[in-house]
Design a protein around this ligand. Structure first.
Ligand code: COA
Length: 587
């Protein structure tokens, strides 16, 4: 079928659907929802059989849904309607939630239902639910709806069609007042829930030591205490604020400034002056993980395996984080274990350089340079590890340098459902580093390089394994994936072949170094990056600014909008082929 994805942005769910539908041989093109006229134009050019809208912030124009079946992905259970579905589900502590695929009609979210899925809720931030449970449910429901449309033998049912399981109803947009924190009376669980309901966007508006901010990235603290609302400690990026029955760590804040566009930054940076006199609460790397606190890097050992977790908000690896992670990695290497597993974070494995911190720096070029060198130091340490076997276990998505950091490990395991963006070009034609010129050809051969680096589109985990970019496809369910990573690591560490494996690894590294030293790869990559950062072409700085400031899209890039490419012809559908005709585009 010809499927047009109409979406506010090409976000993680749209990327997943794009890749899943393409893998099933549908002709998929993307139009970003910019204006009614632009959408109408896209429908005229592409002539879709179906429009799928995974993420919209406005209604689909009537001129479009009257002409073509338009399936809206609503992140709510059947009957639920309104623009803050997931926010309410988190705030109200729903035990089960779901995704409904319904047909666009005049009334918002009230059209007939084509498919749905439900899932048990997790006590976590909204964005994490969106990236896992909602994405899995939406993918299954959209594929089912497309199958039903293609079979042509299914009629969608009105949502209130005497179905006793329909539990949802209309809910207004959530206001800041609905999730405002009262530090004098809200307990830790309530504060957490309120912040979770607005994380990643729009955050919860709050005031800390006289600073108006939106708060994100909250973690419960079990041991520290203070007078409710007071700042009581800081650790790395986060500050700790007392509640009536405990405390909460806040990792990211977005200053509220009526005169300027702001973005999320480490709380310790936004409140630098206020925390100057606060005690720093350090946490040893291998501190027991059994109590609640804020730990963005953690290390545990089991069965001759060291597991290194780096759960950085949005997968962004600032210079400081890279350095702390390198220190933790060196500690892991110093241990009498045999295998090190790089676990990444719960939501993302890694998304490369911290573009927000670079944007906020006095000299973004200098900070980009420092950040990429810190990333390279980390990648180099992993590549040069000959005392241990290394595994990268990707439970969450990865992008740009984050993908190549994973390839520095000996083996790469990817959770089924993960979406990878193993390219840098979308960030203003960045050349990229992290030793990709050494790591990538080893995996995909010289001929495979362009397919990865020249392709600006997302890749499913299964495709990554198919093309040799990753080694193993792990189960889609998160617990099963972690069990799989543990088994893989433990088998490797305790298997009869370990000593031989290490011998081969050492020899191969020695030979590679002899052929061309790692230093040379780095110098060549960084020479190109230097041009990106300091050269005459400002593309990277412009792209980063637009990314960080969330500048609205003015057009859909051609690598997404196939129907807008010069000379594009709509593919001949089976129905047209049978009729013996070719399709022509109206002018
Ligand atoms: N630095 C800082 N923030 C980043 C980031 C980075 N490298 N990568 C992602 N984020 C943030 C986004 O700003 C967004 O923030 P929000 O919570 O305020 O909404 C959040 O992470 C989720 O990102 P989003 O783009 O919405 O996720 P996605 O799943 O739709 O797309 C990527 C994933 C990787 C394609 C996309 O985030 C991306 O292109 N990131 C930049 C990668 C890059 O170029 N890195 C630098 C070169 S190494």
């Amino acid at each position: 079928m010809r499927i047009l994805l109409l979406t506010h942005s090409f976000n993680s769910l749209s990327q997943r659907l794009y890749a899943e539908l393409t893998a099933r041989d549908h002709h998929v093109s993307v139009e970003l929802d910019i204006s009614d006229a632009v959408t109408e134009d896209a429908v005229r050019l592409f002539r879709p059989d179906v429009i799928v809208a995974p993420f919209l912030k406005r209604a689909v124009p009537e001129s479009v849904w009257r002409r073509c079946l338009c399936l809206i992905v609503h992140p709510g259970i059947r009957g639920d309607r309104g623009p803050s579905a997931l926010d309410w589900a988190v705030l109200r502590q729903e035990r089960r939630w779901g995704v409904t695929v319904l047909q666009a009609e005049a009334e918002m979210d009230a059209g007939p239902v084509w498919a749905w899925r439900e899932f048990p809720m997790r006590n976590t931030r909204k964005s994490s639910l969106y990236r896992f449970e909602v994405t899995e449910a939406a993918t299954a429901a959209v594929l089912e709806a497309i199958g039903r449309k293609s079979a042509g033998d299914w009629s969608p049912r009105p949502v209130d069609d005497h179905d006793t399981e329909v539990r949802g109803s209309w809910q207004d947009a959530m206001r800041q007042a609905d999730r405002r924190i009262d530090w004098a009376s809200d307990d830790t669980a309530t504060v957490l829930r309120k912040i979770y309901s607005g994380d990643g966007n729009p955050g919860v508006v709050d005031e800390i030591c006289g600073e108006a901010v939106r708060v994100f990235d909250a973690h419960a603290e079990e041991h520290l205490r203070g007078s409710p609302g007071a700042l009581i400690a800081h650790r790395n990026d986060a500050v700790c604020r007392a509640t009536v029955d405990g405390a909460i760590w806040l990792g990211r804040l977005r200053p509220i400034d009526a005169d300027a566009s702001t973005f999320k930054l480490p709380a310790s940076r936004v409140l630098a002056a206020q925390i100057a006199t606060l005690p720093e609460n350090r946490l040893p790397l291998a501190a027991a993980a059994s109590f609640s606190t804020y730990r963005d890097i953690a290390y545990v050992e089991r069965d001759r395996v060291g597991y290194l977790t780096f759960d950085f908000y949005n997968g962004a690896m600032s210079t400081a984080r890279c350095r702390r992670l390198l220190e933790a990695y060196r500690y892991a290497v110093s241990r009498p274990t045999r295998v090190i597993v790089l676990m990444g974070g719960a939501d993302f494995f890694c998304n490369g350089l911290d573009l927000n911190l670079i944007e906020a720096a006095q000299s973004p070029a200098d900070e980009s340079w420092a950040n990429i060198n810190a990333m390279d130091d980390l990648a180099e340490a992993i590549i040069n590890t000959t005392s241990h076997a290394t595994i990268a276990a990707l439970a969450g998505n990865a992008g740009a340098g984050g993908v190549f950091l994973a390839l520095a490990a000996d083996r790469v395991l990817v959770r089924d459902g993960v979406v990878l963006n193993p390219h840098y070009k979308n960030m203003g034609n960045l050349y990229g580093s992290e030793y990709w010129t050494y790591l990538l050809p080893k995996r995909v051969g010289r001929d495979g390089i362009e397919a990865v680096m020249g392709n600006r589109l997302p890749l499913l985990a299964s495709n990554a394994v198919g093309m040799g970019l990753a080694d193993y496809l792990g189960p889609g369910e998160r617990h099963a994936f972690h069990a799989e990573a543990t088994t893989l690591a433990s088998d490797l560490a305790n298997g009869a072949g370990f000593t031989r494996l290490l011998r081969i690894k050492r020899r191969s590294r020695r030979e590679d170094e002899h052929r061309k030293p790692l230093r040379a790869y780095r110098e060549q990559e960084l020479a190109r990056m230097r041009l990106n950062f300091y050269g005459f072409d400002p593309s990277y700085h412009v792209a980063r600014f637009r990314f960080v400031h969330r500048t609205p899209h003015a057009w859909t890039p051609l690598f997404l909008a196939a129907h807008r490419r010069l000379g594009w012809q709509p593919p001949v559908s089976p129905a047209t082929r049978e009729a013996g005709g070719a399709v022509r585009i109206a002018s």
